[in-house]
Design a protein around this ligand. Structure first.
Ligand code: 0A1
Ligand code: ZN
Length: 878
């Protein structure tokens, strides 16, 4: 057990900083074992309180105030702080000299080495591992950074802002000095140095300024940056057009590194990326990789305004930059690619990650009110639900007024560290909307459930829609006040067309989709002049992050999945139909009864595949079955993973048998001719073709496996190759082994492709997968020191392989718990994320629950546990 219980930090305890730092001067002499940091801070007292600076894992060599060296009696140091007892009343300069050891830094926060590249990660609290500082986002300063290193070994020296001086020094060293004119918090500081290559381009901003764009990569990877560079230019242009935001420095740099805890980081003028989200060539990157590169490049770039120019006052306000920036990147992708497909995949993501978080032991509001370790709060709730909150405001006011609100937000708060209140006030004033009740979305956790029922009165020609809302208790929040929920509604006539809607009290019929505002616990709306009984299409476009129960009959779902003009709801109806069928099959397996029979899904697939005009990407989405995890979530208690897997496979096979000819013909028709292009149009065809392949793999006869083997041999791009390999990896036999071997031999030198190879094996449904995963932890392609490898092998197993992680004897749990503990010593952040795999323990039957709790207790009770893992393990158990 930990000797000291970590204490939570609370939003209500926020106090402004006692000191301002007007300027920061850093002199950093790089050395793997002892990097020396000489910091000069121009400080000014702002309020009461001692001067207590943050600092961790630092060796303090010297402290000076206004040039005078302080004796040991003038300050105190512990593992987390440097406290100076007395400081001058007016302005003063605080100097410290410290040293740190990047080579020993396996946590990948602060200054560390990725391969041989020096690299920093300062969000959220990493800067304190570089030097003593007031490491909080509301302390903003102008940074000047001078980097010194060996000229031969470390030729490239980068930091934020613009380079202002450089030169040679004695002893084979050289230096570069950087100046960032924009005040920023320390979490946006970055330094990168090493033997890097770069590619360069230019962008002319809307006011005609020329910006140099550079992407830095390890030597030999220069030819893999074209797509990323194109995406960056598209993002820069889009932000000018959609939000009027222009880039503000002369140079914008991106660096790709292989060891990184997250996806990427928006450091001012010097974004650092997990190389997985930069490097791409058709034979090594899938369509999904290309799409992620475009989205993440945009996300980090958009942070320049939403995050950097306007930052957060404190870490409780994290959604202010993250939710808003995710909303912005979603809109960007919607404009660049298929908007309906983007919405479907965002909702899929929200339901797969955020809904379980919000309904489990780790539920927290979009703006949390307390935390033990802030790194645990980079969550689906803060990011994805945070984005949904921005989207709801956008839905309620429309694009023009939303833009006015955003303009006002930028105008009011540029250069400041802001709060959620600042954001909502600006939106409310600029977009002219009262957000008083809406604000509850930021402080109440949990996913509201909306119950809807409609009644048609043929005599009066009215349709009455009743909706009510409830939100189940979540940790620390037994009661909820009603939310302001915007619900987009349409009524579909028997001919499949939308009706024009006329609400009670309205003169004439208007638009065919209306946004209704459910603000009380219950609400009733009456539509007039409804000439026939409609099928309601509710929550079109998923206008609110809620669980909707509309009591639709199977026949209505079939109708909507064929006719709804709202693509999202067509997809939704199909998913609900398939889910209903699957749940009844799961139940039948448990009770020995017979399952409901439904051929509607197969018929829909047949119709879609044979239709004259189809949008392949959308069809690929609508015909895919809900995942095993989704089904487990729907069931919610005493989940039987074997029954779920069995039922899903059974339905897949019966659909495949029912539609084999259409699947085969679509498989042929969707083949993309000509050289690979990552654009959405071709990607959509490949997506549909590969969904067909996954059905065909289980169709009667052996053609499916043969088809997959042929596709694997012939593929000229990674998308098709991986799709085929995934199919083969789930079919026992020599082809499987041969394909996995061939893939390994071909790609063993490419670490990103090797991650795919690991993940495919970790997610296989075949028996013996856990043993294979264990074996792979000893494989040269795997190391616990690299987060991408851990995620590819262990996180994939724990969170994507429901069948084997939940092995009935608990072997999966024990393995993952062992890995959590092993990893915690190296990288607490990644270990804490992995611990999250246990969060759903209450969903399972008593035997599995007991086994999971046992492992969680073993983790929580381990001596020397990090704050990160401690918080997740104890909260999960609570
Ligand atoms: N702000 C980044 C994500 C990020 C957060 C934390 C990190 O280290 C703990 C690293 C990156 C983003 O939203 O892209
Ligand atoms: Zn972000």
């Amino acid at each position: 057990m930990r000797t000291e219980e970590p204490r939570p930090i609370r939003l209500k305890d926020y106090t402004p900083p006692a000191f301002a730092i007007d300027e920061v001067n850093l002199d950093i002499e790089l050395d793997p074992k002892a990097t020396k940091v000489h910091s000069r801070l121009s400080m000014r007292r702002m309020g009461d309180g001692p001067l207590r600076l943050d600092g961790e894992k630092l060796k303090l060599l010297e402290v000076r105030i206004d040039g005078e060296k302080l004796g040991a009696n003038r300050y105190s140091v512990d593992g987390e702080h440097l406290t100076i007892f007395e400081v001058p009343e007016g302005d003063f300069t605080l100097e410290t000299v410290t040293s740190c050891a990047p080579v020993e830094n396996t946590a990948l926060t602060g200054l560390y080495l990725s391969s041989d590249i020096y690299c920093t990660q300062c969000e959220a609290e990493g800067f304190r591992r570089i030097t003593y500082y007031l490491d909080r986002p509301d302390v903003m300063s102008v940074f000047r950074t001078r980097i010194v290193a060996d000229e031969k070994k470390v030729p490239v020296l980068l930091s934020n802002g613009n380079p202002v001086a450089s030169g040679k020094l004695k002893g084979g060293k050289h230096f570069v000095e950087w100046h960032d004119p924009f005040r920023k918090p320390a979490y946006l500081f970055a330094l990168v140095a090493g033997d890097l290559a770069h590619v360069e381009d230019k962008f002319t901003t809307m006011s005609g300024r020329e910006v140099t764009l550079r992407i830095f990569v390890e030597k030999g990877n220069e030819d893999r940056c074209d797509y990323a560079m194109g995406a960056l230019k598209r993002a820069m242009k889009w932000d000018e057009e959609a939000f009027g935001r222009e880039y503000d420095l002369d140079i914008f740099m991106i660096v790709a590194v292989s060891a990184f805890n997250m996806g990427a980081m928006e450091n001012k003028g010097l974004n650092v990326f997990n190389d997985k989200y930069i490097l791409a060539l058709p034979d090594t990157a899938t369509d999904a990789d290309y799409a992620a590169i475009e989205a993440i490049i945009a996300h980090e770039y958009f942070h320049n305004w939403t995050g950097n120019r306007i930052t957060c006052r404190d870490w409780f306000q994290l959604c202010l930059k993250e939710g808003l920036t995710v909303f912005r990147d979603q809109e960007f992708t919607g404009d660049m690619r298929s908007r309906p497909v983007k919405r479907i995949s965002d909702v899929r993501l929200l339901r797969a990650h955020q809904f379980p978080e919000d309904g489990g032991p780790l539920a927290h509001p979009v703006r949390p009110d307390s935390y033990i370790e802030i790194n645990n709060f980079y969550t689906a709730t803060v990011y994805e639900k945070g984005a949904e909150l921005c989207r709801m405001i956008h839905t309620m006011v429309g694009p023009k007024r939303f833009r006015k609100g955003m303009d006002l937000y930028f105008e009011r708060h540029d250069g400041e560290a802001a709060t959620v209140e600042n954001f909502l006030d600006a939106l409310s004033d600029g977009a002219k909307i009262d957000l008083t009740q809406f604000k509850r979305w930021y402080s109440q956790s949990g996913t509201p459930e909306v119950l809807a029922s409609g009644r048609y009165d043929a005599a009066r020609k009215t349709y009455t829609l009743k909706m009510s809302q409830v939100c189940a208790p979540t940790p620390g929040q037994p009661m909820k006040e009603p939310y302001h929920i915007p619900v987009a509604v349409g009524l579909v006539g028997a001919n499949g067309r939308d009706m024009k809607l006329q609400l009670d009290g309205e003169e004439k019929p208007g638009a065919t989709t209306r946004v209704l505002h459910l603000t009380e616990r219950e609400g009733t709306w009456r539509f007039r002049n409804v000439t026939e009984k409609p099928v309601p299409s509710l929550l079109r476009g998923f206008t609110a992050p809620v669980k909707l129960n509309a009591h639709l009959k199977e026949r209505d779902l079939v109708f909507l999945m064929r006719h709804d003009s709202d693509s999202f709801n067509r997809w939704e109806a199909a998913q609900r139909y398939a889910t209903g069928l699957l749940l009844s099959m799961v139940e039948a397996r448990a009770s020995g009864g017979t399952a409901r029979k439904g051929t509607g899904f197969g018929e829909m697939i047949r119709d879609l595949l044979t239709a004259k005009k189809i949008d392949p990407d959308f069809v690929a989405q609508i015909i895919a079955l809900p995942s095993e995890q989704t089904l487990a979530q729907m069931i919610g208690r005493d989940v039987d993973v074997d029954a779920i897997h069995g039922a899903r496979e059974e339905l897949r096979a019966s659909i495949a048998a029912q539609t084999k000819d259409e699947l085969l013909s679509a498989y042929e028709r969707m083949k993309v001719d000509g050289p690979y292009r990552p654009e959405a149009e071709d990607a959509g065809r490949r997506a549909l073709r590969n969904v067909c392949l996954s059905y065909l793999a289980v169709a009667p006869g052996k053609d499916g496996a043969a088809l997959a083997a042929a596709q694997f041999r012939e593929a000229d791009n990674m998308t098709d190759s991986i799709a085929a390999l995934t199919v083969l990896a789930n079919i026992e036999g020599p082809e499987r082994i041969a394909a996995l071997d061939a893939f390994y031999k071909r790609w063993q030198k490419n670490h990103l492709v090797m991650d795919k190879w690991l993940a495919i094996q970790a997610t296989s449904a075949l028996p013996g997968t856990l043993d294979e995963v264990k074996r792979l932890t000893q494989h040269p392609a795997f190391t616990m020191k690299n987060p991408n490898k851990v995620r590819a092998l262990i996180t994939s197993f724990a969170s994507m392989n429901q069948l084997h992680f939940h092995d009935a004897k608990g072997a999966g749990y024990a393995f993952v718990a062992d890995k959590v503990l092993e990893l915690d010593k190296l990288n607490p952040q990644v270990a804490a994320r992995l611990t999250g795999a246990f969060r759903s323990w209450r969903q399972f039957g008593p035997k599995r629950r007991k086994l999971m709790v046992k492992e969680l207790k073993r983790i929580a009770g381990t001596e020397g546990l990090s704050r990160d893992v401690y918080e997740i393990a104890t909260k999960t158990l609570a």
